[in-house]
Design a protein around this ligand. Sequence first.
Ligand code: 5GP
Ligand code: MG
Length: 177
Amino acid sequence: MKILLDETRIGHGIDELAAKLNKDYAGRSLTIVSIMTGSLIMLADLIRRLEMPVRISLIQASSYRGTTESGDLTIQDQMMLDISDRDVLLIDDIFDTGKTLVEVTKRLNSLGPKSIKTAVFLNKSGTSQVDATPDYVVFHIPNAFVVGYGLDYQDLYRNLPFVAVLEESDIAQHSVL
Ligand code: 5GP
Ligand code: MG
């Protein structure tokens, strides 16, 4: 596994994002809608650095079904808070094709928020298939399959405190886990 972003760098990146949000949303309260499970670690690290009143709402959206190929998107929102007339920040782990963020944003917009912006931990370069870009990006990365800091391969590796590129040898080893 090749480490792309270590723990220290990630910490600084989250610090910077929190500083921007504290400035942009000063004097307002923020409803964060976080896409599980990939954004779990970023969410926990980010919200402890936020100074405005924050409400947390979790949804699940999955397109990667245990492989590295993109599949159909399903959204589960039973745990959604009421977001009507709220300032909403939608958080996801990674912007790849962009389809997840666009679809979920569409769904949230139908619920009548006051405003909606998007923040992602990682933005892959050259893979977008949509017209939109995230409003906040912590790190831009090259087009490789990465794991760690919330991101999984077949539901493993989310707990790694760093971000690493998953290599062929890792996948081979993985089959015996
Ligand atoms: P998109 O809809 O933008 O193509 O994909 C977003 C979702 O795909 C992410 O929330 C994430 O679950 C998954 N994904 C995309 N690229 C990667 C990657 O490099 N590593 C991992 N672990 N998941 C990825
Ligand atoms: Mg995901």
